[in-house]
Design a protein around this ligand. Structure first.
Ligand SMILES: C[S@@+](CC[C@H](N)C(=O)[O-])C[C@H]1O[C@@H](n2cnc3c(N)ncnc32)[C@H](O)[C@@H]1O
Length: 318
């Protein structure tokens, strides 16, 4: 039997179309949205992630006052970004999403190893650690500049930065880029020691960076929030700003994961109702598109039971 490429609840399958119909039924969608939120908060708090406390702490922090200096008021937002995400009507463009992103991110790892009673810290270390180990195998011996694309509140940026700092004696400069100035304001507050060089408000499809600026680029949990055309445009931009021989690392949900393919209906309904680009993501051929835009495709590895790591390199002669 050949392995299934994606879950039946995503794409053009009958089940998927039925799920989409349910989601489009407004009253039902509103109930699901509320349920998704309550489930997320309850699971997090049960596992020692202080959801409400974190929210209140950030609400009292200088995050809001940082917004004017971080936000680029000229930056246009693409249409696909201005839709509800994760049960927030304004998607990633609001304080509520930004203040809840830390506990929500801490809960990601816990879902991977449900049966093992891990703390969120152990689960996060395993999940990111597996990604870093694979990335490290393909990285140039000395890495000077890294960019975390779709960095959100900076958890992926800090762990990536620590990984490369420990790997070499030479200093490493890290930059985080995101389209939400709310997320970036929280990232800046969380980066108490100022270890990250810059938090940049920008669209990954067309950035402010010069050609050949970075040795390592990562897209961690970004692609599942995008339609095909945006992912392809981002790959083209990544190729431009990478140095020849530089590495692009992608971590995201694995469409081939049996755990994801066999999610119980309540869970995939919740997932699809809060992730508007699920159908596009689960039917997107990442590897083929990377090759098409000019990357040298290296590997795809199921780095944990739910996620996969994809690595590509900018050709040396480019
Ligand atoms: C799920 S979060 C990423 C989480 C983070 N990288 C981590 O691993 O913890 C996805 C982020 O991508 C950002 N994003 C979505 N589209 C983008 C785009 N075109 N350019 C830059 N950032 C984008 C969103 O604002 C959001 O903060």
């Amino acid at each position: 039997m050949t392995a299934k490429l994606k879950p039946n609840w995503a794409g053009e399958d009958l089940l998927s179309r039925f799920v989409n119909l349910l989601i489009q039924t407004k009253p039902l969608y509103n109930i699901m949205k509320r349920q998704a939120r309550n489930t997320m908060i309850a699971t997090a708090e049960k596992n020692g992630i202080p959801w409400r406390e974190t929210y209140q702490k950030l609400d009292r922090s200088p995050a809001k006052s940082l917004l004017p200096e971080i936000a680029n008021s000229e930056l246009p937002y693409p249409e696909y970004y201005q839709v509800p995400f994760h049960a927030y009507n304004e998607g990633n463009l609001c304080w509520k999403a930004a203040f809840e992103a830390e506990p929500a991110t801490k809960a990601i790892g816990l879902r991977v190893w449900k049966g093992e009673n891990l703390t969120w810290q152990e689960a996060e270390r395993r999940m990111r650690g597996a990604f870093h180990d694979i990335l490290g195998e393909y990285s140039p011996p000395i890495v000077r500049d890294i960019l975390d694309v779709g960095c959100s509140i900076g958890m992926s940026t800090s762990t990536l930065h620590h990984y490369y700092r420990q790997r070499q004696q030479e200093p490493v400069r890290a930059v985080g880029l995101d389209l939400s100035p709310y997320m970036l304001s929280v990232a800046k507050v969380r980066d108490e020691k100022g270890e990250i060089d810059r938090w940049v408000h920008g669209n990954a499809e067309k950035t402010e960076f010069s050609d050949r600026s970075f040795d390592i680029l990562t897209l961690q949990f970004l692609l599942h929030e995008l339609p095909h055309h945006a992912s392809k445009a981002i790959f083209q931009e990544m190729l431009r700003i990478l140095r020849p021989g530089g590495i692009l690392g992608i971590l995201d949900n694995n469409p081939k994961s049996p755990v994801i393919q066999n999610l119980p209906p309540a869970l995939f309904l919740l997932m699809k109702s809060t992730e508007p680009w699920s159908d596009e993501f689960y039917t997107f051929d990442v590897e083929a598109t990377l090759k098409e835009v000019g990357f040298e495709y290296k590997t795809t590895i199921a780095s944990d039971p739910r996620h996969r790591t994809i690595v590509a390199q900018k050709p040396i002669e480019n």
